[in-house]
Ligand binder design. Structure first.
Ligand SMILES: NC(=O)c1ccc[n+]([C@@H]2O[C@H](COP(=O)([O-])OP(=O)(O)OC[C@H]3O[C@@H](n4cnc5c(N)ncnc54)[C@H](OP(=O)(O)O)[C@@H]3O)[C@@H](O)[C@H]2O)c1
Ligand SMILES: *[C@@H]1O[C@H](CO)[C@@H](O)[C@H](O)[C@H]1NC(C)=O
Length: 326
């Protein structure tokens, strides 16, 4: 009897805290949860340990996340896999209820390296398939980081093979520009399901987002908080966390400025990837499905656009497939 009550309490407790993100249908028919936990550790704060990632993934699934974003280059696929395994062992989810995204690094762009690289990722993750496999950047490099002139169309053929083999349920790209997307669409029978790019209030990306969505390509938005959080760039344009526009919206809806920005991205049809290793902020970041911004409020956030990036890849600017203008 006591045991039953405790179980009921535990179950009720979970239901009360967990918030689920609705899914978006991809152009290949698969469904993707519209918010993901980010696990890349290098962009804002360097001090997280790998064990923090394992805990963050478990906390995220407990809080209702069903989508985790990782990459071979993050060096944390093993910990992501352990966090998922912990959640499965606790009976919170089954494998098929969690959507996992990982990415191919730049030194594995040769067609015959793509499938072996994915097999290595899967082995580190402890999974037998990945839900979404992305080309991390259009730029190919050698092991030592020097440029390699491999056409991403060749890499895309390797991605198609990964999908054909059932190792990746969906395939896509990251950091590709509009003409690079068009070139894949024109040359391949398989369209990318996703383009994962930086989108936040200082880099609103309306043209590229519109281009992808009108081709049926879903857009995942990385570094969703932009310069709201510290990037050690005091010169960066607003908004900061205490910005008056965001503060007014936060007060109106009883949310935090971070939640306002995530909701802004969701209402633009994007899939934000907030990274946190803090249990409270992990829960906060998915608690954005019970309110709605007005069109004017969305426009007021878009007006912050300064075309300023958090993620600077200008060290690759001379590469033939460098995706940005500057
Ligand atoms: N495809 C690509 O090329 C690419 C590039 C960059 C990033 N990504 C992906 O996108 C994810 C997110 O990007 P990101 O890590 O650059 O930036 P982000 O998610 O915009 O910001 C992360 C920072 O915000 C803090 N934070 C999280 N939630 C918060 C909240 N509610 N209030 C205040 N601060 C909060 C985090 O600290 P705490 O952890 O202490 O909460 C961390 O310092 C990455 O982890 C990675 O998965 C992909
Ligand atoms: C897109 O990338 C290509 C390189 O593949 C580059 O030549 C082109 O200028 C880029 N387009 C934009 C709009 O940045």
């Amino acid at each position: 009897m006591i045991r039953l009550v405790l179980c009921l309490f535990y179950f009720g407790f979970n239901v009360a805290l967990a918030v689920q993100a609705p899914c978006i249908e991809l152009n290949d028919g698969n469904k993707i949860p519209s918010l993901a936990l980010g696990t890349g550790r290098g962009t804002a704060k360097e001090s997280d340990s790998l064990d923090d990632v394992r805990k963050a993934v478990l906390w995220a699934i407990e809080a209702g996340y069903r989508h985790i974003d990782t990459a071979a280059v993050y060096g944390d696929e093993e910990q992501v896999g352990q966090g998922i395994a912990d959640a499965i062992a606790k009976g919170i989810v089954t494998r098929d209820q969690v959507f996992v995204t990982t990415k191919l690094w730049n030194d594995k762009h040769a067609r015959d390296k793509v499938v072996p690289a994915l097999r290595e990722s899967l082995s580190r993750l402890g999974l037998d398939y990945i839900d979404l496999f992305l080309i991390h950047f259009p730029v190919a490099t050698k092991d030592d980081g020097s440029y390699e002139n491999i056409d991403y169309l060749e890499t895309w053929n390797g991605m198609e093979e990964a999908r054909y083999l059932g190792l990746a349920r969906s395939i896509g790209v990251s950091n590709f520009n509009a003409s690079q997307i068009d070139r894949i669409v024109a040359n391949s029978p398989v369209r990318p399901a996703v383009n994962e790019i930086e989108v936040n209030p200082t880099l609103t990306q309306e043209p590229l987002v519109y281009h992808c969505l009108s081709l049926g390509i879903a857009v995942m938005s990385y570094s969703p908080f932009g310069f709201l959080v510290s990037r050690d760039r005091p010169d960066a344009p607003p908004p900061r966390y205490d910005d008056p526009t965001l503060a007014a919206l936060a007060a109106k809806y009883g949310k935090t400025p971070g939640q306002i920005v995530l909701r802004y991205l969701i209402e633009r049809g994007l899939i934000p990837i907030p990274k946190s290793t803090n249990q409270k902020r992990i829960a906060e970041n998915i608690n954005v499905f019970d309110f709605q911004l007005t069109r004017e409020e969305i426009a007021s956030i878009s007006r912050f656009n300064a075309n300023t990036r958090v993620i600077d890849i200008s060290h690759w600017k001379d590469h033939p497939y460098y995706p940005h203008q500057s």
